[in-house]
Design a protein around this ligand. Sequence first.
Ligand SMILES: Nc1nc2c(c(=O)[nH]1)N[C@H]1C(S)=C(S)[C@@H](COP(=O)(O)O)O[C@H]1N2
Ligand SMILES: [Mo]
Length: 187
Amino acid sequence: MSRPALPPGQRVTQDFPVLHLGDVPRSDPATWDFRAWGQVERPLRLTWQEFLRLPRTEVVADFHCVTGWSHLTFHWEGVLFSTLAGLARPRPDATHILVHAEGDYTTNLPLKDALEEDVLLAFKGDGHDLESIHGAPLWLVVPKKYAYKSAKWVRGVEFAGQEVLGYWEVRGYSSTADPWKEERYSS
Ligand SMILES: Nc1nc2c(c(=O)[nH]1)N[C@H]1C(S)=C(S)[C@@H](COP(=O)(O)O)O[C@H]1N2
Ligand SMILES: [Mo]
């Protein structure tokens, strides 16, 4: 059986709606950094220049917001989360991550899901540098989950030995957030 084009309860938008908490943060490439810490062998702090030297890849995927809109076939370019994890070397007891973005936005994932081959720290979308409103300079894109798992303005990732809920997950949204199973809210 072929996969339906849209997850249940979603509708297609042609544009790319802008949705986030708070103001668009200003970021300064001179002071920007990306950190990895917690249950890792090698905690990282990368400057923007160092980040740009990491191996790059491209991902084409659909983007599903829990409020019901889906933007189909978006083309991202960036660094695979698994590349970053390979540098930080999670310890055997690291089972989950908590993603940290500007302005205290957080979201959580099982490490296993974050290591999937389509989870990308993106700096380009559809061939252009990301716009500030869409997460520039760096957007952690997690296509197989509702979009609140895709943190804009991401600045770091904390590796943990247990699940630590993020901003929306604490407020009743699903921690697993699989659009195909319509996991919108925690039960
Ligand atoms: N830092 C941060 N990232 C975030 C959010 C947010 O509020 N803050 N909102 C999420 C939600 S709910 C959605 S739908 C997408 C929206 O991305 P867009 O505005 O680029 O379409 O960003 C996600 N990432
Ligand atoms: Mo969303």
